[in-house]
Design a protein around this ligand. Structure first.
Ligand SMILES: [Zn+2]
Length: 458
């Protein structure tokens, strides 16, 4: 998930969702009840299939940061395996992506005592001069606190020790903390990892520079260490840290979006698109974020083929590239399919983990919402309880901006930010049964919208 997505999540939480119960007797619900139950029963019977596919994918590719050979290797694997599963029109579509490399890095507490500080440089950060930066640390708990202590920040390493509230509110420090710290003369920026729960695990993620402000190195340390340094400062102890980072940004690299389809029977040129992003950060396996989002969509098509279901319109799984750095894959998809925007009935994104399904966050017309609400009622057995007032995501945003209705697939995410952008984002954090429910909830939404007599109204 990048900052573009979290602002949308905040929006979803603002307006009242439509709780699904009453509409289960509507025309769409009546017409598709049987097939919806077949899809759910089929997914439940396929226990562990999606989880095993995700395990094979992420064990094979490892982490898949934009510009890396590992990402291209993962893309080749997805294309080959989707072909083996008999998906139609399996191909890749080109996209140029940023190529940031982390290199060697470390952070060491020098005074008041010597200690390694587990850390991860933030994506896009510049490196330190050779030999590193050795400086005193100023700990602050907000942008205002920094402003209040601006004079004291000059020539120091500024540490933002900001407790997690919501992702949207807390991630702002990752986004622009280095710029604000540089404005007051800091030589580097450290920040408390963006997470509500920590086992001394640092969380990376994208940051942004301002071309009018000096670029300073920046990295995340653990919640535990940020709190400890804050206590030390509170006791009046002088804190000195050595930060070494050899991060650099190389020229953009060629990469690809992954596409596979279930070709429609009557209106094959009209499409329902669903999926997630295939890139990840260069830590862990990118299983939860977001290998799972791609795999549940792919598995949904494999399940429909197994059940002999062929909707009127084409269902297209897309693995968008480069969601983490700047959504170049999403922009490339839009640019390649702009002329087909009218033929896109719905775009669906899963990029919040594949835990127990909870809601379809929908953005579109009221008449379309009435249909999505009936479909949500049919998905109640998967855990879907509501249709949120709006939805979307970084990867479907560009197509939605062209007027295509969109769904952000929402799941129970209490554990999502525990592992988000860490070395602990591995397949064992996901539950095979919950993943099958995601397969079912994604499959029946895509199938019914792709099979409706009339295209989803705009
Ligand atoms: Zn993500």
């Amino acid at each position: 998930m990048n900052t573009r997505t979290c602002l949308r999540v905040a929006l979803v939480l603002t307006f009242a969702p439509t709780v699904v119960s009453a509409q289960s007797d509507g025309p769409v619900a009546r017409q598709y009840k049987t097939v919806a139950d077949r899809i759910i029963d089929g997914a439940v019977a396929d226990s562990g299939v999606a989880w095993n596919t995700l395990a094979r994918f992420t064990d094979y590719s490892g982490s898949r940061i934009s510009g890396s050979a590992a990402l291209e290797r993962g893309i080749d694997w997805l294309l080959a395996e989707m072909k083996k599963d008999g998906l139609d029109n399996v191909h890749s579509e080109p996209a140029m992506v940023p190529h940031w490399v982390r290199g060697a890095e470390s952070a060491t507490l020098i005074t008041p005592r010597l200690s390694k500080l587990p850390m991860l440089g933030l994506g896009g950060s510049v490196g330190t001069p050779r030999g590193g930066i050795l400086a005193e640390v100023l700990v602050v708990n907000s942008f205002d606190d920094l402003k209040a202590h601006a004079a004291a920040a000059k020539g120091k390493i500024v540490l933002f020790d900001v407790p997690f509230t919501t992702y949207g509110a807390t991630v702002r420090y990752r986004g622009t903390g280095a710029v604000e710290a540089a404005k007051v003369g800091a030589v580097a920026m450290l920040m408390r990892s963006v997470t509500p729960y920590s086992m001394r695990t640092p969380h990376t993620g994208a940051m942004n520079y301002d071309s009018t402000v000096k670029k300073i190195p920046n990295a995340a340390i653990t919640v535990e260490d940020a709190m400890m340094l804050h206590r030390m400062q509170g006791r009046g102890e002088k804190i000195v840290v050595k930060l070494e980072m050899s991060a650099e940004t190389l020229p953009d690299a060629p990469s690809r979006n992954v596409v596979g389809e279930l070709r429609g029977s009557e209106k094959p040129d009209e499409v329902v698109v669903f999926g997630g992003h295939i890139d990840s950060w260069d830590v862990g396996q990118g299983a939860m974020d977001d290998g799972g989002g791609v795999v549940v969509a792919w598995e949904a098509i494999r399940l429909m083929k197994k059940l002999g279901l062929t909707p009127k319109r084409t269902i297209r799984v897309v693995g968008w590239v480069d969601e983490e750095h700047g959504s170049r894959g999403a922009d490339a998809y839009r640019d390649a399919h702009r002329a087909e925007a009218d033929n896109h009935a719905l775009v669906i994104e899963s990029d919040g983990g594949v835990f127990n399904p909870e809601s379809y966050g929908f953005s579109g017309s009221d008449s379309a919402r009435a249909i999505i609400t009936q479909i949500a009622a049919l998905a109640a057995r998967t855990g879907i309880k509501s249709v949120a007032a709006s939805g979307g995501g970084a990867d479907i945003g560009p197509m939605m901006a062209l007027g295509v209705p969109g769904v952000g697939f929402e799941v129970e995410r209490s554990r999502y930010f525990w592992f988000h952008h860490t070395d602990a984002d591995t397949v064992d954090k996901l539950d095979p049964v919950e993943m099958q429910r995601c397969v079912a909830a994604m499959a029946l939404l895509a199938y019914i919208v792709a099979d409706l007599p009339n295209k989803l109204p705009r």
